[in-house]
Structure formats: C-alpha cells, structure tokens
Design a protein around this ligand. Sequence first.
Ligand code: UFG
Length: 323
Amino acid sequence: MKILVTGGAGYIGGTVATILLKAGHSVTVLDNLRHSRREEIPAGVSFVEADVADRPRVESLLRDLQPEGVLHFAALIEAGESMQKPEIYFRNNTASTLALLEAMLATGVDKLVFSSTAAVYGEPKTTPIEETADLAPTNAYGESKLLVEQMLRWFHQIHGLRYASLRYFNVAGAVGGRGEAHEPETHLIPLILDVALGRREKIFIFGDDYPTPDGTCIRDYIHVADLADAHILALQALSGCDRMIYNLGNGNGFSVREVIESARRVTGHPIPAEVKPRRAGDPARLVASSAQAKSKLGWQPKHPDLDDIMASAWAWHQQRYTR
Ligand code: UFG
C-alpha cells in the first residue's frame, strides 16, 4: 500500500512508519520537524518537510501520491502545556486537521487513521473506560482531539470519509532503535530514566493527594510496538468497515509511584523523588478497556508488562545520548 504518515519523524509516527516499511509498504512522511529532528526521519521513506496546515502543499502532495490512506500523527501532545497555551492546541491539532481533511476531500483520498487520546474522556465515572463512556476532557489537549473526532463523524456522514480514531492511553517503550523523546521532555518515563542516567537529580511527582490508593495519578502504559500493530490492523480494516473508534491500552493501571518503582527495579538506580503540587488538567485515573480493538481488529498486545516496557525504554535511553 502507498501510505502518507503525518508526524512520521516523531516517536509514534516514526515507529509506525518503520514497521510499515518493513512490511513492504511505500511510505511518505510529512513532518514540519518542529518537534523532531531530521536524523529521526525513518530511513527508506519519501520525506516532505511541510506543515499539515499548509493546505495547498498537502493537497498537491495527495494529488500526486494518491495514497491508499493517511495515518495522522502530527500533533501537540502535552496535556500540561495545553492548560497554559490552549490556543496552540486548537490551532495545531484541530484547525490543522481540518485543513488535512479538506485536502483529502478535494483529492478523493478517503481513509484516515487518526491519533486520538484517552484525554477525550476527562475524569471517567467508571474504570476500565469503554469507548461509550462520557466525553468530558479536563484539559485543552483532550478537547482539541475531541473536536477532531466530531469533525470526523460529520465528514464520514456527509462526505463518506472512512476513518479509525484510535484513543491512545500512555504510550511508552522502544522498538527498532526508536524510543520516546520529546523536546522539551515532559513525559514521566523518559524523565525518570534521565534521573537513572544521572542527567537529572530527581523526579518530581505532580500531586500525591489524588483519590487513588497511593495518592498519585494512575495511567495505563502501552508499548509503542503494540500501538503500531493496531494502526496497521486499523488501516487494513478500513477497507471493510467505514468508521471505528477504539481505545488502545493494556487495561492495567499504574500510579506514578509504581512507575518509579518499576524504573528502580529495571535500572537498579534509587531514583530520588519529590512531591510537587498537582499539574493542571491531569485526571486521577485513566485505564482502558481495549475489548473492542481486540474483538473487532483481532489486536493483541504482545508486551503488556510494565517492567518489560520500562526495560525496552531503558535500553534505548542508555544509548540515545551516545548516538
Ligand atoms: N508526571 C509526574 N512527573 C513528571 C511528569 C509526569 O508526576 O515529571 C505525572 C503526570 O502528572 C501524570 C503522569 O505522570 O499523572 C503521566 O504524565 P505524562 O506527562 O507522562 O503523560 P499524560 O498522562 O499527561 O499524557 C500522555 C500523553 C498524551 C495522552 C495521554 C493519554 O502525553 O498525549 O498520555 O493518557 F493523551
């Protein structure tokens, strides 16, 4: 298949692009390189340096390429930042995706796999979260993605867009020489591993007064390789099924303190931690039911164990500064 991957120089998009290439697909990556580096463009893809919001550029690319489908990863992803600068989330996530959808419509490209998020649920009433749960984001990041989901529904109904919206829980781990790194880094696991490497003195725990057993926030960590598998299954399934919305997680919740404990086990480093005030917009507990993705896509996570996820992240993290 010929596939366009937006954000394909990033952590998740780059991992999926690499796996698609290995499976023999022809991959074009579109990325503005604002949050990733040129060296991170997967070897073997055709690369276009442009912003998803650049409608004429994207439209002419789609017209020339005529891909089977678009995997749309390009986005801002930090819930904390979105509570300080919501405007950049609505512009880069919501408005940019509208430009992409218009370009797809104009060129007859009708299949999209969209990177949605657990943040669309906000603070869930019950756990594990099913796709039918209330959608009430507690941060502007989640809202910016939920607005896209709503646009997708109308593009589907009115224009026949076929789409899969995949609601990721907390993606972690490394595969094929690619691992989790953001600039600047705000994510829990890479920050903890920086402490283990001696690049930071300690990890700050954002709040220990949440209504959870140890007071810290609980998240569902999923290996990036398992997430990648789900994208490929979803893209294939779009030939038969025209609208899908699936959670992608392992169904196991780990608190911030438990994640730090896992890193201590895996790295052998004491990893000092200090409690700080809550970060704005963080829900207390996000744990997925992925029963739908399993039954409808035949998806089965191969690396559900947190220590295994941590070990793959640690192996990659140790060599990332020596590359
Ligand atoms: N945390 C800390 N200290 C830190 C960093 C994070 O205590 O230095 C805490 C956060 O407050 C949160 C948890 O660790 O409770 C996880 O935080 P991350 O920043 O690693 O991830 P988020 O849960 O905020 O968000 C991530 C992705 C989103 C995605 C979401 C889905 O960044 O894109 O998972 O659950 F939507």
